[in-house]
Write a protein that binds this ligand. Sequence first.
Ligand code: CMP
Length: 139
Amino acid sequence: MKGRITLSLIKPYAVKNGYAGQILAIINEAGFRISAMKYIQLSTNQAKKFYAIHNGQNYFDKLVNFITEGPVVVLLLEKEDAVASYRKLIGATDPHKAEDGTLRKLFGASIELNAVHGSDSDENAIRESNFFFSETERF
Ligand code: CMP
């Protein structure tokens, strides 16, 4: 059975440019329920832990730098088949390849500054949501 949760980050680039409100409105209109949300800045160690599956890639250091350069909005989202549904809403990792109307096409600048993160599997959605939110922070 497909999972009902996915974890998203509105990345520092998008927050800094004032896109967070528009991104949240689009997420709401697409039918996701926000079951937890926080506004935080990740430390380098926390970012390395969150993105551990990318450790060893040639873009890893850049990725850690970009995600720690300012605050992020962390969202735990709920919807039927949440991971696939949210990945459709955000579009391809590279905004230049993302479909029109997707969050990354609308608000991303490059593969590094791609505006939002979305979990890529149910397993990672659970791991990532446990990384950010305790039981008492979920509604
Ligand atoms: P995100 O969904 O946050 O998950 C991992 C991130 O690594 C991804 O978005 C991109 O921002 C970044 N990323 C993935 N592939 C590359 C790549 N080939 N070059 C640079 N950054 C990448």
